[in-house]
Design a protein around this ligand. Structure first.
Ligand code: AOF
Ligand code: ZN
Length: 352
């Protein structure tokens, strides 16, 4: 029965998808006499946590006495935007708590479990064979490694080219991939590109749909080529834009644009800066030289390759091209293959 109730808590947690921002998806279910008597999930960043949502749905705490709580994440112990869940759980009078996974956030980690046990509550763990961890892959990775989860995304022709000619845009994939990419951007806290991509493609780097938590558009622009070009789409909309450059500008920047001027930044230092700012996931949209730098730095977790249906032939620019001193090869493990119209989406994972 534990598996069944934990699976229900997982399904409930998913309802918060795309609204919890940098907070995890969490579901909670109270069970007594084989009946689900209360349930809740973390619905929105800043709002009540799953446990309190469930507890507050009861008219009296009496109902919860001696019940079992199934919660996908260890109850928190800190005052953040919300008070600690662990106190509410203890006050509810539960006799047993089944936890999906401990909270990797160091502010909380294992403290909730310890406090429950100190109050004589039986605590067991059940992650349904990693199903629970799969709810929050980027959140978990970020706190376990102090780094964002990095996905490189590229679109290539059947013969592995990203464009027919340097400095021009070639439409490689069709409308359904375009829609998928705009949807996919929603999953990441930052969307990163190089200045060449900004100048050649003039992308908005926005995700589909309205959101209160737009992804940060990160532009690596060593030479400051995008500066003093306020007409570029990256300067449109209220979504934040962070530009890493070595040049100074007198361009009047709108409040959503931040400039990071530094003579010496590297891919590694940009990524570690993003980590310090709490960025848990990055979607790197290229171009080929930027991808190559992430490859050379061994600083990525996944590669999403959209393969179009065209052959470009001689003269095109291959993916991952650039002038790295040391050519790098990296073994990858295939995760999934999916068809989108006339195109294919391949997801592969970096082999450590
Ligand atoms: C839980 N249940 O449903 C969630 C938890 O700023 P706050 O107060 O919202 O706290 C956010 C942190 O609380 C987050 O980083 C994670 O450690 C935990 N999230 N904990 O017990 C929940 N969403
Ligand atoms: Zn909490």
């Amino acid at each position: 029965m534990d598996n069944l109730y934990m699976q229900q808590a997982v399904d409930l947690a998913k309802k918060g998808r795309r609204n919890t921002y940098r907070n995890p998806l969490v579901g909670a279910i109270f069970v007594k006499d084989k009946q689900v008597i209360a349930s809740g999930y973390h619905a929105r960043y800043g709002d009540k946590h799953a446990e309190r949502m469930a507890i507050d749905s009861c008219s009296t705490l009496e109902e919860l006495k001696n019940s079992t709580l199934y919660v996908t994440l260890e109850p928190c112990t800190h005052f953040g935007k919300q008070p600690p869940c662990v106190d509410a759980v203890i006050a509810s009078g539960v006799s047993r708590v089944v936890i999906g996974q401990s909270d990797p956030n160091p502010v909380v980690s294992m403290k909730g479990t310890q406090k429950l046990r100190e109050h004589g509550i039986q605590v067991d763990f059940n992650d349904l064979g990693q199903t629970v961890q799969a709810l929050n892959p980027y959140y978990n990775y970020y706190f376990e490694h102090n780094l964002p989860y990095i996905v490189l995304k590229q679109a290539i022709s059947l013969d592995g080219k990203i464009t027919a000619q340097s400095g021009t845009r070639t439409q490689i994939t069709g409308a359904s991939v375009n829609q998928q990419v705009h949807d996919e951007r929603n999953e990441f806290q930052a969307i990163l590109v190089g200045s060449e991509t900004v100048l050649v493609d003039n992308p908005t780097l926005l995700a589909s749909g309205a959101t209160n938590f737009p992804s940060i558009r990160v532009v690596l622009d060593r030479q400051g080529r995008c500066l003093n070009r306020p007409e570029l789409n990256i300067f449109n909309s209220q979504a934040p834009t962070w530009i890493f450059t070595t040049k100074k500008t007198n361009q009047l920047l709108s409040s959503n644009v931040q400039l990071f001027e530094n003579e010496t930044w590297t891919i590694e230092s940009v990524v570690s800066y993003l980590a310090k700012q709490g960025v848990q996931s990055v979607y790197v949209e290229g171009g080929a030289q930027i991808h190559n730098q992430f490859l050379a730095a061994n600083l990525f977790n996944e590669l999403i390759t959209y393969v179009g249906s065209e052959v470009i032939g001689s003269g095109g620019i291959p993916s991952f091209s650039g002038n790295q001193a040391n050519p790098t090869s990296q073994a990858m493990k295939l995760k999934s293959v999916q068809q989108f119209g006339n195109d294919v989406r391949i997801v592969s994972e970096r082999v450590e």
